[in-house]
Design a protein around this ligand. Structure first.
Ligand code: NAP
Length: 296
C-alpha cells in the first residue's frame, strides 16, 4: 500500500518553480506576480490568503493581498479587478470566496481576465478544459493537483474506471472532465455521484480510482472501497478533538484507517491533496507569466 504524499510532491513542485523564477529574474529582470483580493474578515479565508501570499514570497514571486471591507460595493470590487487586469506586473488574480451576500460571485468570476484567472474558474477556462484544450487554459487548482499526484506516482489511468463523489464547480465537475479527456487527460471511464445518487457504495465498489470531494467526514467507509483501488481524498473536515491543540483535527471524506486496508494507494488528510492545491496555484501563476512573456 502506497501513501500518496502530496506534501512531499508539493515541495518538489515549489522547488522546480523557484528555480524557474530565479532564472527569469536574471534573464528578464522580472518575476511572476499574484494578487489576491479578500473581502471581509472571515478567519478561514484570511488563513488561506496569507498562506498563498507566503508561498509566493518563499518562491521569489511577487504577491499582494488586497483587503477590502465587508461593506465594499460590487462596483468598487469590479473596478479593483479591472485595475489588476490592466496591470502588466500582475499575472494571477484571485478573489477569495465566499464573498458577502450582496456581491454576485459569478459577476466577479466573469470580470477576471481569463488569461490571469489562475483559479481556473472563468467560463472561458472551464470551456477550454471541457473541450480538451488543456494547454490553453488554467486548470482548476485542486483537480490539477490530483492529476499531478497521479502522474508523478506513475499511476496508470487509461481505461480505468474512475468514480468521483461530489459535483462542485471547483472540484467534482472539473475533475470528471479531466479524468475523461483522451489527449493530455487520464483517459478513464468516469462515473460522478452526488447527493441524489442512491446507494453510492454500489458505484464506489467498482472504482479503480475513487475520488471523494464531498465535505462529509468519513462518508466513504472501508466496505465502499474496491480492493486495490487508488483512493484520493479531497475532503477537509474539522472534527472535535479535545486532545488536539486547537480542539479539533482535520479528517477527510474517507475513513482512512479502514480504506488503507483495501487500497493500493491513498492520499492522507492532511498532507495529501491540500498542499498540492496551493502548489498548482503557484504553477498557474508561473504559466501566466510565461505566456505573457512568450517564454513557452
Ligand atoms: P461542495 O461545493 O459542498 O460540494 C460537495 C459535493 O458533495 C456536492 O456535489 C454534493 O452533492 C455532494 N454531496 C454532499 N453530501 C453528499 C452525500 N451524503 N452523498 C453524496 N454526495 C454528497 O464542496 P467542495 O467545494 O467540492 O469541497 C468538498 C470537500 O473538499 C470539502 O471538505 C472541502 O473542504 C474540500 N476541499 C479541499 C480542497 C483541498 O485543497 N484539499 C479544495 C477544495 C475543497 P449535491 O451537488 O447534490 O449537493
Amino acid at each position: 500500500m502506497q501513501i500518496l504524499d502530496g506534501k512531499k510532491l508539493s515541495l518538489e513542485i515549489k522547488e522546480e518553480i523557484k528555480t524557474k523564477v530565479s532564472e527569469y529574474k536574471s534573464k528578464l529582470g522580472k518575476v511572476p506576480g499574484l494578487s489576491v483580493i479578500i473581502v471581509g474578515e472571515d478567519p478561514a479565508s484570511q488563513v488561506y490568503v496569507r498562506s498563498k501570499a507566503k508561498t509566493c514570497n518563499e518562491i521569489g514571486m511577487n504577491s499582494e493581498v488586497i483587503e477590502l471591507p465587508e461593506s465594499v460595493s460590487q462596483q468598487d470590487l469590479l473596478k479593483k479587478v479591472e485595475d489588476l487586469n490592466n496591470n502588466p506586473d500582475v499575472h494571477g488574480i484571485l478573489v477569495q470566496q465566499p464573498l458577502p451576500k450582496h456581491i454576485d460571485e459569478f459577476a466577479v468570476t466573469l470580470a477576471i481576465a481569463p488569461e490571469k484567472d489562475v483559479d481556473g474558474f472563468h467560463p472561458e477556462n472551464v470551456g477550454r478544459l471541457v473541450i480538451g484544450r488543456l494547454e490553453e487554459c488554467f486548470l482548476s487548482c485542486t483537480p490539477y493537483g490530483i492529476i499531478e499526484i497521479l502522474k508523478r506516482y506513475n499511476i496508470s489511468t487509461k481505461g480505468k474506471h474512475c468514480v468521483i463523489v461530489g459535483r462542485s464547480n471547483i472540484v467534482g465537475k472539473p475533475m470528471a472532465n479531466l479524468m475523461v479527456q483522451k489527449l493530455d487527460g487520464m483517459n478513464c471511464t468516469v462515473t460522478v455521484c452526488h447527493s441524489a445518487t442512491p446507494d453510492i457504495g454500489s458505484h464506489t465498489q467498482n472504482a479503480d480510482i475513487l475520488i471523494a470531494a464531498i465535505g462529509k467526514a468519513k462518508l466513504i467507509t472501508g466496505d465502499m472501497v474496491k480492493p486495490g483501488a487508488v483512493v484520493i481524498d479531497v475532503g477537509m473536515n474539522r472534527v472535535e478533538d479535545p486532545s488536539a491543540k486547537r480542539g479539533y483535527r482535520l479528517v477527510g471524506d474517507v475513513d482512512y484507517d479502514a480504506a488503507r486496508e483495501k487500497a493500493s494507494a491513498i492520499t492522507p488528510v492532511p498532507g495529501g491533496v491540500g498542499p498540492m492545491t496551493i502548489a498548482m496555484l503557484i504553477s498557474n501563476t508561473l504559466k501566466s507569466f510565461e505566456r505573457a512573456h512568450q517564454t513557452v
